[in-house]
Design a protein around this ligand. Structure first.
Ligand SMILES: Nc1nc2c(ncn2[C@@H]2O[C@H](COP(=O)(O)OP(=O)(O)O)[C@@H](O)[C@H]2O)c(=O)[nH]1
Ligand SMILES: [Mg+2]
Length: 302
């Protein structure tokens, strides 16, 4: 049986907001990567593992959206995404259901041509368009690259996702599993907790403010007695005015972010959580190499 096993790495790339993180979470059946309506939600590479004991193991890399970077954090994110093309076996390119092919798409096509790997085009969000249009979109994309497969899906609704898994196995190399069969992610709990807090901030806050947010876990300790974990975290933002918005009237906004985050962290840790949040201003940290490093965005680690 061992010799029939396939195992390998699959990167999920595409423009910001096309649903890469939603797709990855759905494929592994667990929410590991945070998602939101706002572009550039994902900042680091997030690795998760899909195990099928009869077929083998797929290691997914969820990546930040490939976009025109406007600051050092943006450059870092694009680097993370494009770098993921180097060490994988299969590429999933996610696109919107549309006939629009612009400079952003052409840029990605150039990267695909260089990578010389099997590429599966995923046309996502088909729940938002009329069925008849889908063939048109397939045709549009077929013209810009010689894809190995083209699969229309709805990551949100879970449509056609087993086709995605099946075609990944088709192109995966033979080999033993890389991880234990019960491994889901290599993300440390602390990091997932920080991401959950960032996600709840993204969801609660209006445009502009969220993009300049980072979350740092100051401490995370299980109490010796009982089933309680104490967590202290800082939400970093770029301006004094943003700090005011994040705290809100009488602390209402911070309270909302905190209780939404706590609810989800408790589910993740399977423990009660006492969450304390602070807000700090670090002016223009997204253009500072040293501050970015402090907040976990390190180019050396990519
Ligand atoms: N209608 C619809 N929305 C989706 C679908 N997949 C993702 N979304 C939404 O698109 C937004 C961006 O998703 P996200 O996974 O964060 O995108 P990413 O930036 O590519 O990782 C979120 O609001 C998702 O709920 C889909 O299949 N259909
Ligand atoms: Mg994402």
């Amino acid at each position: 049986m061992e010799e029939n096993m396939k195992s390998g790495f699959v990167t999920i790339i595409g423009r910001p907001n096309v649903g890469k993180s939603t797709l990855m979470n759905q494929l592994i059946g667990q929410k590991i990567a945070i998602t939101s309506k706002k572009p550039q939600t994902t900042r680091n590479r997030i690795q998760t593992v899909y195990t099928d004991n009869s077929r083998g193991q797929i290691v997914f890399l969820d990546t930040p959206g490939i976009h025109q970077a406007k600051n050092k954090l943006g450059e870092y994110m694009v680097h993370v995404a494009e770098n993921s093309l180097r060490d994988v076996d299969v590429i999933l390119w996610l696109v919107e259901p549309s006939n629009y092919v612009g400079a952003g798409e052409q840029h990605i096509v150039k990267q695909l041509e260089k990578a010389k790997l099997p590429v599966i085009l995923i046309i996502n969000k088909i729940d938002t368009v009329e069925r008849e249009k889908i063939l048109e979109y397939i045709d549009t994309y077929r013209k810009i690259y010689d894809f190995d497969e083209i699969i229309p899906v709805s990551a949100l609704r879970g449509t056609n996702l087993s086709d995605v898994i099946d075609s990944i196995y088709k192109y995966l190399p033979y080999g033993p599993m890389f991880y234990d069969e019960d491994t889901v992610t290599d993300q440390p709990k602390r990091q997932i907790v920080a991401e959950i807090i960032r996600e709840k901030s993204l969801h609660a806050l209006e445009e502009e403010v969220p993009h300049g947010i980072a979350v740092v876990i100051e401490s995370m300790k299980d109490r010796k007695k009982g089933n309680m974990t104490d967590i202290e975290a800082t939400i970093v933002c770029e301006r004094e005015s943003h700090k005011g918005i994040i705290i809100g009237k009488g602390g209402a906004m911070l309270k909302k972010i905190g209780s939404n985050a706590r609810f989800e962290i408790e589910r993740l840790l399977e423990r009660k959580v006492n969450l304390k949040l602070w807000v700090k201003v670090k002016k223009d940290w997204r253009d500072s190499d040293s501050l970015m490093k402090n907040f976990g965005y390190r180019k050396e680690d990519v």
